[in-house]
Design a protein. Structure first.
Length: 131
């Protein structure tokens, strides 16, 4: 049994943790979409579950952040380094029985159809388990 969820999919506790860390970094972030058009740069996060049948009853997800700017590619790469420094190989105990590990995987610069818009996606693998 999972006191923090059903063992599949990312918990809201982890989503809240990500939200608070990104806000601490002054990153204009929203989960899934911004309700109003934000100023640049901004990012949107989403996740997908990873199919796993681990005996340790952990669950894994891949969290993707899509960043947008009308400034420079360097701005996006600077944000990437900041995220990487805060989320790579970090293990956090969110509660007495809930632990989460973050592993930065990669980033991808994407040339948009709009020549003034620059986009970057980065992925973080997340593993959750109870103790």
């Amino acid at each position: 049994e999972y006191p923090w969820g059903d063992g599949r999919g990312m918990t809201t506790e982890v989503l809240s943790y990500i939200d608070s860390r990104l806000k601490e970094l002054n990153i204009n972030y929203a989960f899934m979409r911004h309700e109003n058009h934000p100023g640049y740069p901004y990012c949107v996060g989403e996740y997908r579950e990873v199919d796993n049948n681990c005996e340790d009853k952990s669950s894994e997800s891949v969290f993707t952040l899509a960043f947008f700017t009308r400034n420079t590619w360097i701005e996006l790469l600077t944000i990437n380094e900041l995220i990487k420094s805060r989320f790579d190989n970090k293990i956090i105990k969110l509660s007495d029985e809930h632990t989460v590990a973050f592993y930065y995987e990669n980033h991808n610069l994407i040339d948009d159809e709009d020549p003034n818009l620059k986009r970057m996606e980065l992925t973080i693998r997340i593993k959750e388990w109870s103790e």
